[in-house]
Design a protein around this ligand. Structure first.
Ligand code: HEM
Length: 262
């Protein structure tokens, strides 16, 4: 007979607590915090990806209410992700330096789940896949998401089923490419905002999501500036200068463009 399920056996607590392995001598006190924060991020990335996949299915099924509810959950997680940076900011530059060299070339830049999230939200990149061996978990997951439709594509297909005249080329576009602004789509979205409370709510949740990701990028670069200044990153980029180039470009440009015309 199988032993009774316990809190620990269900959650694999023993294995979980084995996974934080500082590399510094001592080890340095703050390295545990650094590891825990990153691992927690990865778990939340996993959950967000799981929820994005669900939103796409719900939109496909025409279930606007539950799609919105799930988007709300994603946004709530995103708020936690942004708030977590406060914890890391309690680590001073010197405390970080005490173990930084032990990271060698490791960097959040190599988080495949972050890239998967970008892919799912429309920011696809071939070079991001090439960084991983094709047969690895990360390589396979990225390859799959690269070819999958994005959340925006799922939303446009949903609007078409809601009888909006979404331009056909947008419904059959090559989903491996960037999401380009579309004047025709903007006209439709203006109509949604003016006349369709149910679907304008979904638009607002997508704007929340877009803004939330941008907020994370902004807070991350500020944290980087206060922790390592203008030093280059362990991942090999110029550091804060590189990160600043990633701020401010929206995921869903049409939803931002129409604000000036409402
Ligand atoms: C002391 C804390 C941190 C520092 C100093 C830091 C520094 C950096 C730097 C310099 C980069 C640019 C790439 C490179 O050359 O390495 C970067 C990228 C990145 N970091 Fe951090 N980071 C910190 C914490 C975090 C945390 C907690 C996460 C959560 C997962 C994270 C996720 C990322 C991601 C996803 C990128 C890639 C961003 C992009 O390419 O758009 N970082 N980080």
């Amino acid at each position: 007979m199988d032993p009774a399920v316990t809190y620990s056996s269900y959650l694999h607590v023993d294995q979980l607590l084995e996974l934080q392995r500082p590399r510094s001598d001592g080890p340095e006190h703050d390295e545990l915090l650094f590891i825990v924060i990153h691992q927690v991020y990865e778990l939340w990335f996993k959950e967000i990806l799981h929820e994005i996949d669900r939103v796409k299915l719900l939109l496909e099924a025409g279930d606007a209410h539950r799609a919105q509810h799930t988007l709300k959950r994603i946004l709530t997680i995103l708020k936690v992700l942004v708030a977590q940076l406060d914890i890391l900011e309690t680590m001073t530059p010197l405390e970080f330096l005490s173990f930084r060299e032990r990271l060698e070339a490791a960097s959040g830049f190599q988080s495949d789940q972050f890239r998967q999230l970008e892919f799912a939200l429309g920011r696809k990149s071939r070079p991001a896949i090439a960084r991983f061996p094709p047969e690895s978990r990360a390589g396979k997951a990225l390859e799959q998401r690269f070819h999958e439709s994005t959340l925006w594509d799922a939303f446009l297909a949903y609007l078409a089923r809601e009888k909006y005249a979404v331009p056909p080329p947008l419904l059959t576009r090559d989903v491996t490419q960037e999401i380009e602004p579309s004047a025709e789509m903007q006209q439709i979205l203006i109509q949604v905002y003016r006349n369709d409370a149910k679907n304008s709510e979904i638009c607002e949740r997508l704007v929340d999501l877009d803004e939330g990701v941008q907020e994370w990028r902004y807070r991350h670069v500020k944290m980087v500036e206060r922790t390592i200044g203008v030093k280059s990153g362990t991942g090999g980029s110029s550091g804060a200068a590189y990160l600043r180039t990633t701020i401010g470009s929206p995921l869903f440009p049409d939803l931002w463009e129409i604000r000036s015309h409402l």
